[in-house]
Unconditional design. Sequence first.
Length: 340
Amino acid sequence: MRPVTQEDIARELGVTRITVSKALRDHPDISVAMKARVLKAAEEMGYSPNEIARQLTSRTTQTLGVVVPDLENSFFSHVVDSIIDTATDRDYQVLLAVSREKEDIERKNILNLAGKRVDGLLVCLTQQTRDRQVFHQVKKMGIPLVFYDRSLPETEFSRVVFDDAAGVNLAVDQIAGAGYSRIAHFAGYSTTAVGKERLEGFRAALQRNQLPFREEWIFEGGFEVEDGYAAFQKIRSLGPLPQVIIAVNDRVALGAYRAIREAGLRIPEDIGIVGFGFSETAELFSPTLSVITQDPRNMGIMAALLLIDEVRSEGPVAHQHIRLKESFIWNQSVQSNSLS
């Protein structure tokens, strides 16, 4: 059977196709009674709107493209979940692409989504991303793009990130206030905005608290469990351990937990651990992870709203840099008072 058209509905009701079209679009020119008649006939006849035709007419697809580096990481799962909810509430669909922390896949994802005529893009960069060419292409195409979490600050796009420098300052202030002075940092890649800001914030926080900075206690690496595991093995080989390790995220902290236990050491009695993360995940650690807290759901909401505002803007867009606040929760992986 061929699909029911607006012409079929018009013929059934004895009205013009334009009347049917306006009624289906809730146009003010059409009376409430006529709208009700058209909607009833459309439902009874099994009418389904032609989305392709509608998109060609409106030049929009009511679709947002979302690029995420990894969905195994629960942080990103929560961000994406909130993006989808926020977009759906505002009548947008979401096309999701996962880059698997690989820059070449990320580039293909972005171009594929652009080819599907998404109205805008939300992108969290991979750990590997260095090349800006694909973002220059997106700019030339006129597609609004908002970075979330990991970004390229030098590019002309809006971004929603956490205020990591302030977050690590807050944590170090409290840790130093509890009597700790020997603090290490398991960092991410300083070539990423996230890794760079957390490392620079850590250096500044030590200096402000007049604590010693030891270059050999800074371990640059990735953002995964195995990176935290390898970093602890390296730091253990150097001699006396620090009192506290601040990890670039909770996955790196988890790797450190495993390595510490394999070494026969105890958390927090022998060494303390702090990680950037969010409170729900921190509660899954044993002992619970002391955490510089981030709210992934709020990030997803803010990023989606910002992109939708840019998509709907009829004039030049003033790009925004939104920094979300963080807090510090002690939990159990760092003792509240230093023993040495």
